[in-house]
Design a protein around this ligand. Sequence first.
Ligand code: TUI
Length: 314
Amino acid sequence: MINSPICEMLGIQYPLFQGGMAWIADGRLAAAVSEAGGLGIIAAGNSRADYVREQIHIARSLTDKPFGVNIMLMSRYADDVAAIAAEERVAAVTTGAGNPAGYMAMWREAGVKVIPVVASVAMAKLMTRAGASALIAEGGESGGHVGELTTMVLVPLVCDATDLPVIAAGGIADGRGVAAALMLGACGVQVGTRFLSAEECTIHPTYKERILKATDRGTTVVGKRLDHPIRCLRNGFTRAYSKAEYGGAPDEELEKMSVGAFRGAVEEGNWTKNCFMSGQSAAMVHEIQPAAVIVRELMEGAEPYLKGAAAWVK
Ligand code: TUI
């Protein structure tokens, strides 16, 4: 069984985090992943703090195992959600899309492990100095808000830049990806897109269907011009948005186009109008399965690759 220092730090069986997918990762999905031995994560996204508290209570009613909360730092509710994570003493907080340094003392005093997502070496160094417990190095293969560097390059660079445990994210959807992440120096993985096909994931059926249908070039990045690059499934929305983005449309028009498009994908599943955030690994997602089966396939699936790697050494 694969085990690493992050398991002991968090009291989990497998070094596998479920990504904190905005509007998607709720208390039920997080509890299912935690029950299966990974670290389930409730995404605060742009939600109000009372929603997050409710999801924490739902997760607690479904599992005694540790779980985390992801705080999207661009949210106008980030301050309130940060306070609730401390008050509720969740096992860990992960953060995305910004610098969480201002909250870190509060979380640490509450005994909450602080695990920021970093997309650059500079951010990894900054977060190490600020007192993070571990780092998630997220490559641009990921879905949603992405950085420029690939997982293959970012993970070893972050491992060289910090003494903290590093969790690899971006493009990992099966045992081969888990094995590769460990080879790059990570001591665990974070997986988002693969969990979109979990039975416990309550996104619109069209969203799941489109993830299952996605092929290698099925995702694209929009929003670079406004400095909010988002990876999502290539569809009518991304074609219209890209045309506006590269055709010189004013900023306000771009902002208007994306209002409600992310939440709409999850709740209404309008394939032509909504924006379906997804990682490149959607092409590797083939069936709807219970979260526990996904966790087991990822972790047990890595073992033959890790054991077999020695055969290449003569
Ligand atoms: O946060 C993510 N992925 C996300 S957040 C999200 S919600 C959203 N919805 C609509 C529009 C925009 C966002 C969807 N997907 N991943 C973690 C991540 N963090 N990737 C990159 C970063 C990051 C970027 C800059 C982390 C730190 C950072 O530093 C900024 C600074 O202040 O130096």
